[in-house]
Design a protein around this ligand. Structure first.
Ligand code: HEM
Length: 223
């Protein structure tokens, strides 16, 4: 804790530690914006009845703007720090014994039961799963969406399969997004991490409680 004196009153300012760098936050924001735009306009394309409600906006063009934002998002990270990205990818694709135990206990934790979770590194096993789901689902969107854009050059019978695959990806993506938003905005235990996507920091107590193994490696910054 830092102490700040103001007019003889003592204000305790909780100490914070950096978790997400600026280029990672920009990438996250661009991806979120693109996803929400693509999801919103995708629903209009899916359910034509929504077209009336959308005031006749150009859903198809906006859907492609959302797609372009999603595709551009990882380049903010790849372009700025390729080595850092490779390290993050190695961490995200490695599931330790603690991670596997974390996943077993995660459903009860998400429902709000007081479950003791095993110590975690910079990313907990749930964040790893979310990251992998977003990566592979986005690659799927690019593939099926890209083929849908080229449909005039493809055999006609491919169209329904591409649409069904794209729709399944939309359902998986929207469910994953809702779980992610619930943890970031509503769950009382994980909500304090939300500011990290804006200014990159979390409270030190949060880092110690939720990412004990990572905090150990950041000790020099926490003291
Ligand atoms: C890189 C990303 C994406 C690309 C390239 C892409 C491309 C496309 C294309 C070309 C269409 C057909 C539109 C038309 O001309 O009628 C389409 C439809 C659609 N997209 Fe995407 N899309 C992407 C991401 C997304 C995302 C993130 C979602 C939702 C979370 C989504 C949901 C939908 C839905 C629901 C439809 C309507 C399908 C139907 O008619 O059943 N798309 N998309």
């Amino acid at each position: 804790m830092d102490e700040d004196t103001n007019n003889n009153s003592l204000i305790i300012v909780p100490k914070r530690v950096e978790r997400i760098k600026l280029h990672e936050r920009i990438s996250h924001a661009v991806n979120a914006l693109g996803f929400l735009l693509a999801a919103g306009t995708g629903l209009v394309l899916f359910y034509k009845g929504l077209k009336k409600l959308s005031g006749g906006t150009r859903s198809r063009q906006l859907h492609r703007v959302g797609a372009a934002l999603m595709i551009s998002a990882p380049f903010f990270v790849w372009g700025k720090d390729w080595q850092g990205w490779k390290k993050t990818w190695r961490e995200i694709t490695y599931f330790s014994k603690e991670d596997r135990e974390f996943l077993k206990r995660a459903p009860m934790y998400m429902l709000g039961f007081p479950v003791k979770m095993p110590p975690q590194g910079k990313f907990n096993a749930g964040q790893k799963m979310n990251f992998l789901m977003v990566t592979f689902n986005s690659a799927g969107f690019v593939l099926t969406g890209g083929l849908l854009m080229l449909r005039r050059h493809l055999p006609e019978k491919a169209f329904p399969y591409l649409i069904i695959a794209h729709d399944i990806q939309a359902i998986v993506g929207i469910c994953g997004f809702m779980a992610h938003a619930y943890l970031a905005l509503l769950h009382p235990d994980t909500r304090p991490s939300f500011r990290a996507v804006i200014d990159g920091t979390v409270p030190v107590e949060y880092a110690l409680g939720h990412h004990a193994l990572w905090s150990e490696s950041q000790k020099h910054k926490l003291d």
